[in-house]
Design a protein. Structure first.
Length: 259
């Protein structure tokens, strides 16, 4: 049985890509069969986990989605899966920015990604989707195709307060995709003992704790995360002993307990 986990937040810069790539990398190291789907036209996961410049890649998630829309069969897996760092990656590039428009006249447009994932999920233990920072038809597709969501949020007050909108969307979609759950809210880029850090934890606990899991582990802030990206690496590869890497390892442990 494979589990499809989407890393979602309609805000940018909250740690979606960092969480997606590190989770995928760590699960791959645990000998799980992992597929990471880059579902953001900015293609940051593709830059970190891929082996080519995104705009030089011919077959991306956009190509596959268009095949589903036109009811063509998918190309052979070798043509679109990038195998690197112990995981499989379906890359993205800027073509994905037109997806919202391409979907607008399609029947059953909310189910396109689900059809695609249904065709390939048998090969994987985990499918992780690194999402775009918008809510619209593409993100409804993600929530229809997923088993669970992880919601990273920066340790900042406005980020934490913005989550109620996302939770509303989740509850609406859950009426249709009944298996969808939230694995947890993940606090990222935390600086311990600051007022912001304490307030964010308080707000999240007051607003959500009763019905949504908030991961015990908090991802600390470290300049090494963006340094790792310069070398096209996740922090877990670049500095396995860094506090951020250790925190992501603990996140994997917490996630395993949820299943
Ligand atoms: N724990 C962290 N500490 C410091 N910087 C981080 C951390 N996590 C992410 N970043 C940096 O913050 C920026 C946004 O993170 P990213 O994961 O790309 O967010 P998103 O995918 O939500 O836009 C990136 O430059 C990334 O390197
Ligand atoms: Mg991103």
């Amino acid at each position: 049985m494979s589990k499809v986990i989407a890393i979602v937040n309609e805000k940018g810069g909250v740690g979606k890509t960092t969480t997606s790539t590190n989770l995928a990398y760590l699960l791959g190291k645990e000998d799980k069969k992992v597929l990471l789907i880059d579902f953001d036209g900015q293609a940051n996961s593709t830059m970190i986990m891929g082996d080519k410049n995104p705009n030089e890649i011919e077959t991306t998630i956009s190509t596959l989605i268009n095949k589903v829309i036109t009811k063509d069969s998918l190309p052979p897996k070798e043509d679109y899966i990038i195998k690197n760092k112990g995981i499989d990656l379906i890359p993205a590039n800027s073509n994905l920015f037109t997806l919202e428009r391409n979907l607008c006249n399609i029947n059953f447009r909310e189910y396109i990604l689900q059809s695609l994932i249904d065709e390939i999920k048998i090969d994987y233990d985990y499918i992780i989707i690194d999402c775009m920072p918008q809510i619209g038809t593409p993100m409804i597709n993600v929530m229809m195709a997923s088993d669970s969501l992880i919601i990273p949020t920066q340790a900042e007050i406005l980020s934490a307060k913005g989550l109620s909108e996302l939770v509303k969307h989740y509850l609406t979609i859950k009426n249709i995709n009944r298996k969808l759950s939230i694995d947890g809210i993940l606090i990222t880029m935390d600086t311990k003992n600051t007022i912001a850090s304490k307030e964010v934890k308080k707000i999240l606990n007051e607003s959500f704790k009763q019905h949504i899991n908030i991961f015990d582990i908090v991802i600390p802030r470290s300049t090494k995360v963006s340094e790792a990206n310069i070398y096209k690496q996740t922090i877990c590869e670049y500095m396995p002993e860094n506090a951020v890497s250790k925190a992501y390892e603990q996140l994997v442990q917490e996630m395993m307990k949820i299943e």
